[in-house]
Design a protein around this ligand. Structure first.
Ligand code: FES
Ligand code: FES
Length: 154
């Protein structure tokens, strides 16, 4: 039995210690907003926050995250930054098929938690490793700039 802190709540989970956090979220806790893409740490579809840093949940065993703060896409709407990202994503019509987008938004959120005036280079660096088969990279960059501008005004 492990006790995880997820989106501000303590959740007991019964998965074996080596189970990746991704599968605990999806299979045991029914939190399916975090996506499975490659399972190898290469695509970013499974991005969550661990203590405010964007990490790939497919590569982290559940035993390594006890006593850490996990945030998933399900909690995005609970923060001002998350809400501004959601708004900008809609206004810039970012999602195409949508499959990669929860991971993209979590990486964008981790960036804007640290830097509300990111350059294109900062954005490309933060989003490096979040792959989109639909090629939404230009819209993602525009949406991050828009969310950052809104945060600077708030
Ligand atoms: S599913 Fe985790 S990086 Fe691809
Ligand atoms: S929106 Fe389709 S993979 Fe990114």
């Amino acid at each position: 039995m492990h006790k995880l802190r997820i989106n501000g709540r303590t959740q007991p989970v019964t998965a074996s210690p080596e189970t990746p956090v991704l599968w605990v979220l999806r299979d045991e806790l029914d939190m399916t907003g975090t996506r499975f893409g490659c399972g190898l740490g290469l695509c970013g579809a499974c991005t969550i926050h661990l203590n405010g840093e964007a990490v790939r949940s497919c590569c982290i065993p559940v035993s390594a995250v006890e006593d850490n703060e996990i945030t998933t896409v399900e909690a995005m709407g609970a923060s001002v930054i998350g809400r501004e990202i959601q708004k900008a994503w809609l206004e810039h019509e970012v999602p195409q098929c949508g499959y990669c987008q929860s991971g993209q938004m979590m990486s964008a959120m981790a960036l804007l938690m640290k830097n509300t005036r990111p350059s294109d280079q900062d954005i490309d660096h933060a989003m490096n490793g979040n792959i989109c088969r639909c090629g939404t990279y230009i819209q993602i960059r525009e949406a991050i700039h828009a969310a950052a501008a809104a945060l600077r005004k708030s």
